[in-house]
Design a protein around this ligand. Structure first.
Ligand code: ADP
Ligand code: MG
Length: 310
């Protein structure tokens, strides 16, 4: 069992033990939760948290303290983008390695602040600790859904188009530290047409598609030649194909979403955003995902990505 499998098994176990609560309109299982502000209120606050650990999510070098601060907020912005929500405010908890001193801690904060300014996020507080261990940063981000409401992982319908922003693969060669969270793009897409389901791609295109399919109770067919791979995926020289990188690498922080076919056509004909959009496949009944190649051959696409078997 991989550590990812263990992580998801633990989350499933926690989810099975946590009772529904009337204050939660969205609980465990999505990119952010939605909390009702009062029983009578229609207002909700969305909340998400992500923790970055040195040696697991980044290494220093090549990452600088500023890069890590930026990424710690960026991954949370990406989770709110996945709900097509607007960010409001953040709190940050840090475990600082004592030996790195004060200037390191300031640089970390400046990385957070630069992105907070760019996305108009109010920095509302946090918690500062020092220890002899590695750097750990956790950001909790609050947000607000826009007019059409939050987009869940669970809304995909049979016949929907599966679409993505941007391109995939090779992010670990650098982009994972500087990616632009797709907050504005998500809101603009959801304003243009109703998005049925959405997730941000952090674990990998195949893995995050699997999360979306599982939550929606549907299956998918992905066309291999339609998956947009990045320059970094094409340039990788480790024997894996660009497609393998695109499906499995992760940390792309692009949007993966589903829409009605007519709305998908509309998005391609008149894109409401500057980031490229791709139609990579379709939602079908059943479970799991199949990959279809140019010759029409179908193979199962496991959540950890497609592996060349020859
Ligand atoms: P993401 O990759 O979008 O950050 P995760 O894979 O980390 O999402 O988490 C999946 C879901 O499980 C989310 O809804 C998250 O809130 C929930 N979750 C993760 N860890 C825990 C935990 N320790 N306790 C409760 N819920 C958790
Ligand atoms: Mg996410």
């Amino acid at each position: 069992m991989s550590s990812d499998d263990q992580e998801f098994a633990l989350i499933r176990w926690i989810r099975s033990r946590v009772a529904e609560h009337p204050r939660l309109t969205l609980g465990i299982g999505d990119d952010a939760a939605a909390v009702r502000l009062s029983p009578a209120s229609a207002s909700h606050v969305l909340v998400t948290v992500d923790m970055l650990m040195e040696g697991v999510h980044f290494t220093m070098p090549p990452a600088t303290a500023g890069d890590v601060g930026r990424k710690a907020l960026a991954v949370n912005l990406s989770d709110l983008a996945a709900m097509a929500a607007q960010p409001l405010a953040a709190v940050t908890a840090v475990a600082l390695p004592r030996r790195r001193g004060v200037s390191f801690a300031r640089e970390l904060h400046e990385g957070i602040q630069s992105l907070a300014d760019e996305f108009d996020v109010a920095l509302a507080g946090g918690d500062t600790n020092c220890w002899d261990g590695p750097l750990v940063v956790s950001v909790t981000l609050l947000g607000e859904a826009t007019g059409r409401g939050p987009v869940r992982r669970s809304g995909a319908q049979v016949g929907d188009w599966i679409m993505t922003t941007g391109s995939f693969g090779g992010s670990l060669s650098g982009r994972h530290l500087s990616f632009p969270p797709r907050v504005r793009e998500a809101v603009q897409l959801h304003e243009a047409v109703p998005l049925h389901a959405m997730i941000d791609v952090s674990d990998g295109l195949a893995a995050d598609l699997d999360h979306l399919l599982e939550e929606s109770g549907v299956g998918a067919v992905i066309r291999a030649d339609a998956v947009p791979f990045s320059d970094a995926a094409r340039d990788a020289s480790d024997g894996q194909s660009p497609l393998e990188h695109a499906l499995a690498d992760g940390e792309d922080f692009e949007l993966l979403f589903t829409v009605a076919g007519d709305d998908g056509r509309k998005l391609l004909a008149q894109p409401p955003i500057a980031v490229p959009l791709s139609h990579i496949g379709d939602i079908v009944s059943g479970t799991g995902c199949e990959l279809i190649d140019e010759a029409g051959n179908r193979t199962p696409l496991p959540p950890h990505g497609w592996q060349h078997r020859f």
